[in-house]
Structures are given as structure tokens and as C-alpha cells.
Design a binder for this molecule. Structure first.
Ligand code: FAD
Length: 504
């Protein structure tokens, strides 16, 4: 079990509860929470129930590799480790996990392999920093903000299954991430007097680092072997079957190529590399691979807001300290107009008495930070660079991403109109020169869907046209909402593990 440290929540003078500081600061969050990482669960192996702790996972070297595994998982971030772990719990099968980075962070070799060429609104240097090549992947640096994906993403049938199908995995995902259960029990509450406006907070993971929460697991599980410092370069696909993964040591200079066969293979290498690996393995097969890349546009402290305290008190969660307060337009309203989803966080809230909308009342005043969705745009994409290669000799990713300030302004305008209409509050207009940055969320590049002409994988995450090749992670999201993605990444990985185990 991994214990987390005591709270470093930041008390906000004037707030009736604790609010957390903006992202970009690393959160050390409260309550001495624990991550369930083994010891208690039971699992079925060969039809018998055996204690989970007697399944042993080992770190291996390339010379110890078997020639064949039941399942190969590429990547040890939240997607890969959740999937490998759950699948092993359910089946007891032999699993190989391959990680491009090392077990600890003290070497930079693999970073060269995350380089990209970028055009658009974020520089080339942004992407490698936000795609960590190390055991635990990008969970080694994430900030732990969690929210369930809002229904908005499902209302226009953008996802190939019902919301309930995803929602059922959130409780287990919240446990894995050690997030307060309110995250799925009470994801949003409509304001009294105007159901078009909802309170939609973020809840916090401590944050769980998957390398730490799986450290003991790696050393003690013989069913799962983890090979560090090896980068998968291609999946060898023959007649619609993924036969083997082809990899090399993640080091500059001559290294021996290795091929390992797997009955089923899952790519869990993050939103950029999942698309890049598929492009390297399936040239010309599916034009949608890499298209519709999403980030979450982030705008910090870009407006001021006044909320009627009495209305706010009726919706706000005052019980949970690991929380960031935010409001939004309801999913139904946003999809009816239609608008991109966006959450409007209330920073540095203070109480005062003020004339608001013609009445003297108690108000909450704050600055607003916006976390928004992007519409699907085909030209926001990951392709392969024609000019630059990494030190393994493969083309690096070419990333193109442009934010659309107009769609965010429109959503903000509608929110203000709804606040004013119902007397709940008022928000200032966004500045002319809106500063938008990214959130470190790489999504949408191998989108799920029923139709191979418009999507990359089916509704389970299986690559169209390849019998036994799957994808895990936020590259699967066909619509991304405004919620941070990791809770949903973990929920989807659990769903895929259950599918693979039942389809065994
Ligand atoms: C600064 C920062 C803050 C963030 N804060 C939040 C937050 O508050 N809330 C939230 O929900 N999300 C947050 N995120 C995003 C979150 O970290 C990611 O959504 C999450 O880590 C993605 O999980 P993943 O397993 O899909 O990919 P990753 O965690 O990126 O893991 C991918 C793994 O695959 C490995 N890999 C890549 N290519 C290969 C290859 N060819 N062969 C072998 N292995 C390979 C990598 O080394 C890595 O270990 C943040 C991200 C950043 C950068």
C-alpha cells in the first residue's frame, strides 16, 4: 500500500470551505488516502480463486523474454498499468508490459523518442514535456484533477456506446485514483431556478503516481513481466492479424532488434504515440489515424464573476476538501444550442455584499479560469514528419493544433446570459486578446466509432480491420468534453480489461 502525505490544501480567506490552488502547482493532497495496490483482492487463475498477492510480477531483461505472451501491453501510464493489472486479476494469463523509459527518472535517453515537430498554437517543446517516457508515464507529473466526462459528449451519438456503459466503471476508477467518490456520485448539480446552469466541480487524486502505486506489483508478480527501456517501433501485422511487436532498446547507437509475439496486443502509449505507432504499422490503411487531435484549451483568470451566495450555497459541495469549484452550462443546454462544453472555475472566491443585478445581496466574487472542450477538426492532427527522425531512425510525430477562441467566447457569452436571466450571477466578457494554453491532455487521435471510414477503432478499442490489436487511453475519445481525461482513461482501461478477459 502506498500512503500519501497530509494535506497541502490552500485555505482561501473569505471562502466558507477550502479551495485548491491553480494547476501548474504540484498538489500534495489530503487525508492520508491510500491506493489499493494489491494484497486484498482475489483473482481467478485456471478456474481457482487464489489470493491476488500470490501473483508475482517481475522486471525482466530482453534475454529473459518468452517467444509468446497471451497479452502484450505497450506503455506503463494509467492506461497501460490499469489494463495489465485488471486483466491479470481476471485471467491469470501471461502478460508482457513494454516501457520505453526506465524504471526511475534518472536518465534522459528515451526523451529523444518523444520529440515532435509542431505547427499551430503550441510549440514543439510543449509536447515532450507533456508526454513523459518513464515508468508510470505522464502520471509521474500529473496534477490529479478529476471529473467524470459530462453527458454532453454522448448526447449527439459521438461515442459509439451509451453513457451508462462508461459510467459503470467510474467507481472503480475513482478508487484506483483515490479520488473522493463524490466525483461520480455527485458530478454536477443544477442551480435552483435555472437548470441550464450547473455546479460542476473537480475533485482531486492525491495525485496517484502509477510508478509508485505499482512499484511492489512489479517486483512480485510472475504472471506479468515488465521490460523497461525498450521502445516498440512497429506492430507486425499479417492478413489482418497483429503477429508480433518489433522493438529496440531506447538507447542511441546500434541495438539489437527484438520481435515478441502476442495473442493480443494493446497500445497504451499516449495520445500522440498511439497514432504514430499505428501510422508506422498500418501505412495508408486508415486515413482517420491521427486526425481530430484534441487538447483542452486552458485560460487562467480571464474574467471576473459575481455569484449570488444564497443560490451557490444550495449547490456547492462543502463536505469535501479535495475540490475545485466550477460552474458550467448543462449538457442538455450545450448540446441543444450547440456549444462546446466548458467549465468556469471560480478562483480566489471572496464573500461580500454587493448590488448584483439590481438587488443588494451577499455575493461570491472571484476570477474565472476556463477549461474548455474543442470541436472535432480534422486538420488538428498527428502525422509523420517528412524531415526529422528519432535516434532509432523513425520519423517523429508532426503535430498540428489550433485553438478556436470564438467557440469558447460563444459558450462564455451564453453562460453569462443564463446567469443574468436567472439572477444567479454575472460574468465579465472575455478579453480581446484571450491567452489560451494547453492542459497536457492528448486526445482523439485513434477515435472509437462503428464506421471504419470515420473512426480508427471499434467500440471496444479494437483497431478496425485487425483482429487482435487494441488501443487504450484518451486517443480513443471521439468527443472530449471539458473534464480532465485520466479518470475516464482508467475507466475505459477497466472496461477493455473486462472485455479482453471475457473474450478469452
Ligand atoms: C503537467 C501535466 C498535468 C496533468 N494534470 C492532469 C490532471 O490534473 N488531470 C488529468 O486527468 N490529467 C492530467 N494530465 C494528463 C495525464 O497525465 C494523462 O492523461 C495520462 O497520464 C495519460 O495516460 P496514458 O497511460 O494514456 O499515457 P501516458 O501516461 O503518457 O503513458 C504512456 C506510456 O507509454 C510509454 N511509451 C510511449 N511510446 C512508447 C513506445 N513506442 N514503446 C514503449 N513504450 C512507449 C511512455 O514512456 C509512457 O510511459 C496532466 C498532464 C501533464 C503533462
Amino acid at each position: 500500500m502506498v500512503k500519501f502525505s497530509a494535506p497541502r490544501a490552500i485555505g482561501q480567506p473569505g471562502w466558507p470551505w477550502t479551495m485548491l490552488q491553480q494547476r501548474a502547482t504540484c498538489y500534495l493532497l489530503p487525508l492520508g488516502g491510500t491506493v489499493g495496490c494489491g494484497g486484498d483482492a482475489d483473482t481467478a487463475v485456471g478456474g481457482e480463486w487464489i489470493p491476488f498477492r500470490s501473483i508475482v510480477i517481475v522486471e525482466i531483461g530482453a534475454k529473459d523474454l518468452r517467444t509468446h505472451y497471451d497479452l502484450i501491453v505497450v506503455g506503463t501510464g494509467p492506461a497501460g498499468l490499469t489494463l495489465a493489472r485488471k486483466y491479470t486479476e481476471l485471467t491469470g494469463d501471461k502478460v508482457l508490459v513494454i516501457e520505453s523509459g526506465r524504471r526511475s527518472r534518472n536518465n534522459n535517453d528515451a526523451r529523444n523518442l518523444a520529440l515532435v515537430n509542431a505547427t499551430g498554437d503550441l510549440p514543439s517543446t510543449y509536447y515532450p514535456l507533456h508526454n513523459q517516457r518513464v515508468f508510470g508515464g505522464t502520471s509521474t507529473v500529473w496534477n490529479g484533477w478529476c471529473a467524470v466526462l459530462e453527458k454532453r459528449s454522448f448526447l449527439n451519438d459521438e461515442w459509439p456506446f451509451d453513457y451508462g456503459e462508461l459510467y459503470r466503471y467510474y467507481p472503480e476508477a475513482a478508487e484506483i485514483l483515490s479520488v473522493p467518490e463524490e466525483v461520480h456520485i455527485r458530478p454536477e448539480v443544477a442551480f435552483p431556478g435555472n437548470a441550464n446552469v450547473v455546479y460542476r466541480p473537480y475533485y482531486f487524486s492525491p495525485p496517484v503516481r502509477f510508478n509508485e502505486s505499482h512499484e511492489g506489483w512489479v517486483d512480485s508478480n510472475t504472471n506479468v513481466e515488465v521490460l523497461f527501456n525498450h521502445s516498440v517501433m512497429e506492430i507486425n501485422i499479417k492478413s489482418g492479424n497483429a503477429v508480433s511487436v518489433f522493438m529496440r532498446e531506447s538507447s542511441e547507437g546500434p541495438t539489437t532488434p527484438i520481435a515478441v509475439a502476442g495473442s493480443r496486443i494493446v497500445l497504451a502509449t499516449g495520445g500522440i504515440q498511439n497514432a504514430r505507432l499505428l501510422k508506422l504499422s498500418l501505412p495508408e490503411e486508415n486515413k482517420v489515424i491521427g486526425s481530430y487531435f484534441f487538447e483542452h484549451p486552458l485560460m487562467l483568470g480571464v474574467a471576473s464573476i459575481f455569484l449570488d451566495k444564497e443560490s451557490f450555497d444550495q449547490v456547492v459541495d462543502k463536505q469535501t476538501s479535495r475540490i475545485y469549484h466550477a460552474i458550467a452550462l448543462s449538457s442538455e443546454f450545450s448540446s441543444r444550442i450547440p456549444l462546446v462544453s466548458a467549465t468556469f472555475g471560480v478562483d480566489r472566491g471572496e464573500k461580500s455584499s454587493k448590488n448584483l443585478l439590481g438587488k443588494n445581496r451577499n455575493t461570491i466574487n472571484g476570477r474565472v479560469s476556463i477549461r474548455a472542450e474543442m470541436s472535432s477538426v480534422e486538420s488538428n492532427s498527428i502525422t509523420l514528419s517528412n524531415t526529422r527522425k528519432d535516434f532509432l531512425g523513425q520519423p517523429i510525430a508532426q503535430v498540428n493544433l489550433r485553438f478556436d477562441a470564438a467557440e469558447i467566447r460563444t459558450a462564455a457569452g451564453f453562460l453569462n446570459a443564463e446567469l443574468v436571466r436567472s439572477g444567479v450571477g454575472r460574468m465579465s466578457i472575455l478579453p480581446e486578446n484571450l491567452q489560451i494554453t494547453g492542459s497536457g491532455h492528448m486526445m482523439g487521435t485513434t477515435r472509437m466509432g462503428h464506421n471504419p471510414d470515420t473512426s480508427v477503432t471499434d467500440a471496444q478499442g479494437r483497431v478496425h480491420g485487425v483482429e487482435n490489436l487494441y488501443v487504450a487511453g484518451s486517443s480513443l475519445f471521439p468527443a472530449v468534453g471539458a473534464a480532465n481525461p485520466t479518470l475516464t482513461i482508467v475507466a475505459l482501461a477497466l472496461r477493455l480489461a473486462n472485455h479482453l478477459a471475457s473474450d478469452n
